[in-house]
Design a binder for this molecule. Structure first.
Ligand code: CTP
Ligand code: MG
Length: 229
């Protein structure tokens, strides 16, 4: 099977509170979106790559990625899952059902090449696929929704934080996302759609510093992580 890459970059970055979507903020003079894409494309062989962009996005043409012949773009959708599905549709005429698709957040520029390599090698003959994830470090409390009363402490030995890339078979992922979106299931990552469709994704342990830039403090943190990778 071949490998395809999808990078959802159609979000507006509400929690970042910046003047532009966070994927267009810069670290060391480079757009975050460009950093993210080169960390993927420089370390693995993809048959094609589609970036989902907001329809009215004025920043995309300024990126290095927009003039990279390896990269195609498509219009994203209202939710992340809609953006990923749009990108899958672009690949539909070229990809086979059992090809692999890797989906990686534009806002995750700190992916270590060893994690990418481990994901690819550990899942290459897996029937379903899976995702990078990292063990939860904090003690977690379940709190009653209408009070500040702790109901219980959750055993964190079984809890992992889902990261990206997430890697699934093209046909199964497309079907799963279509079904989950059609029934309004809250899809927060590809794995949740796959689970909803009855598949069992596999966890591949990744580094906790593969952070998603979400709030303002994450930007400086990402700069620090990148300087040491
Ligand atoms: N994304 C997307 N299409 C959407 C929403 C999000 O392609 N409709 C992308 C974002 O660009 C980001 C990734 O999905 O690379 C993860 O989403 P998130 O961190 O939530 O980014 P935003 O939605 O942009 O941020 P916020 O939720 O704070 O508005
Ligand atoms: Mg969002």
């Amino acid at each position: 099977p071949r490998y395809w890459l999808i990078v959802p970059a159609a979000g507006s970055g509400q929690r970042m509170k910046a003047d532009c979507p966070k994927q267009y903020l810069r670290l060391d003079h480079q757009y975050i979106l460009d950093i993210t894409l080169s960390r993927l494309l420089d370390h693995a062989d993809f048959s094609g790559c589609v970036v989902a962009i907001r329809a009215d996005d004025p920043w995309w043409p300024e990126t290095a990625a927009s003039s990279d012949p390896r990269i195609d773009s498509c219009a994203g959708g209202a939710e992340r899952a809609d953006s990923v599905l749009s990108a899958l549709e672009v690949l539909a005429s070229r990809a086979d059902d059992d090809d692999w698709v890797l989906v990686h957040d534009a806002a995750r520029p700190c992916l270590h090449p060893n994690d990418l390599e481990r994901l690819l090698t550990q899942l290459h003959d897996h029937p379903v696929g899976g995702l990078l994830a990292t063990p939860v470090a904090d003690t977690l409390k379940r709190v009653a929704s209408d009070s500040n009363q702790v109901e219980t402490t959750i055993d964190r030995r079984h809890l992992w934080r889902a990261l990206t890339p997430q890697m699934f078979r093209f046909g199964a992922l497309r079907q799963a996302l279509e079904a989950a979106i059609a029934s309004d299931y809250p899809v927060t990552d590809e794995a949740s759609a796959m689970e909803y469709a009855g598949n069992v994704p596999c966890i591949v342990e990744g580094r906790p510093d593969n952070i998603k830039i979400t709030v303002p403090a994450d930007l400086a943190l990402a700069g620090f992580i990148l300087s040491r990778l």
